[in-house]
Design a protein around this ligand. Structure first.
Ligand code: SF4
Length: 350
């Protein structure tokens, strides 16, 4: 198996992070098939991370909007209009409040269409990994052919029983097969894991997974929407940071595109995303205290065609289905949501 990451160590990953700066990052929520009413999350897992505290798969704070899901063609037209408004490279992250690989044909078709746009720099998917090895021609291979560059696979436990407890399904082996299928297909692959108390007991397994497959393991902290458990979640993240610091052969902190620390432990690479570091340029934002790490990075396109320049605010939504929305309005709201810097758009306005 060819190592996809890590051969160049943490410096290689730091270089790649620099490549994400200077582009507009859009997260496309393609988790509801076109024409279907957008209601509850559609997923084949039902994650409960900390039963005692009731910390479950969160609603992600994204605004979804009322109505039915837009088609791939509409998504494409909206992405083109966003680019007309802010003519800069665009990175697409297909993810959302649900599982995007459950509707394979639409996902492959959307990827193919986006790939044909010359301003698209990178296309990435976040998935639970249960469908990647699915099919006579594995879905991972089809996605690679369609134009996917990167895949994040969420794996919140590497113990089969622990995995079942978190997700509600006995599928760890299938997810590992999915990771292998993505690597064999030649897709840059990484694993996402939310830090829980149990993660400390499984830390060795995550380090081994990273070294074995040559992939990066990304640890995230919880963002507790109720606010009641945030101290607990931040404490876990800090403890994980301290633990990794003691184990690491080398480490590097980074602040852009958002904050974290990369740790090299022998041949493994662990990336601790630190949502406590908010580097969004909108310093007077009233939602700063409840801002998610992902909000700072991506503007979001909902399944109903609403563009949300950051993930928690709803005071600057743009209904992209409305033909009267001007390019100027889109650009100004993207700046107001911290997704484009004034300095980056000066040349756009000339
Ligand atoms: S503008 Fe958005 S991304 Fe920036 S601090 Fe406010 S909520 Fe966070």
């Amino acid at each position: 198996m060819v190592p996809m990451e890590g051969s160049g160590g943490i410096n290689e990953i730091l270089e790649r992070k620099k490549g994400r700066i200077g582009a507009l990052n859009i997260r496309v929520d393609k988790t509801v098939p076109a024409g279907i009413a957008v209601q509850r999350r559609i997923c084949n897992e039902n994650c409960m991370f900390v039963k005692e505290l009731g910390i479950a798969c969160h609603e992600d704070n994204s605004y979804r909007g009322p109505g039915t899901a837009i088609s791939n063609q509409e998504i494409l037209q909206m992405v083109i209009k966003i680019h007309e408004s802010a003519p800069m490279p665009i990175n697409i992250h297909i993810a959302g409040d649900g599982e995007p690989t459950l509707f394979e044909e639409e996902l492959v078709n959307l990827t193919e269409s986006l790939r044909k746009l010359d301003f698209i720099r990178m296309i990435k998917i976040t998935t639970n990994g249960t469908r990647l090895s699915h099919g006579a021609q594995p879905l991972a291979k089809r996605l690679k052919t369609a134009g996917i560059d990167e895949i994040n696979v969420s794996v919140h436990s590497l113990d089969p029983m622990g995995f079942k407890e978190v997700t509600g399904i006995d599928a760890l082996h299938v997810v590992i097969e999915g990771i292998e299928a993505a690597i064999v297909a030649g897709i840059k692959t990484s694993v996402n894991c939310l830090v829980r108390e149990e993660t400390f007991k499984e830390l060795k397994s995550y380090i081994e997974l990273s070294a074995r497959f040559g992939i990066r393991v990304k640890f995230f902290g919880f963002l507790d929407e109720s606010g009641r458990n945030q101290e607990y979640a931040d404490g876990l993240l800090q403890r994980m940071r301290d633990t990794l610091m003691q184990m690491a052969d080398a480490h590097a902190e980074y602040t852009k595109p958002y904050g974290g620390v990369l740790f090299q432990i022998e041949n493994a690479i662990i990336d601790l995303k630190d949502l406590r570091i908010n580097n969004c340029p909108v310093m007077d934002c009233k939602a700063r205290d409840i801002c998610l790490e992902g909000c700072r990075y991506h503007a979001r396109l909902s399944p109903t065609g609403i563009l949300q320049p950051c993930g928690v605010r709803t005071d600057n939504l743009i209904d992209m289905k409305n033909a009267k929305v001007s390019n100027k309005e889109i650009l100004e709201k993207l700046i107001d949501g911290g997704k484009i810097l004034e300095s980056e758009v000066k040349w756009v306005r000339v």
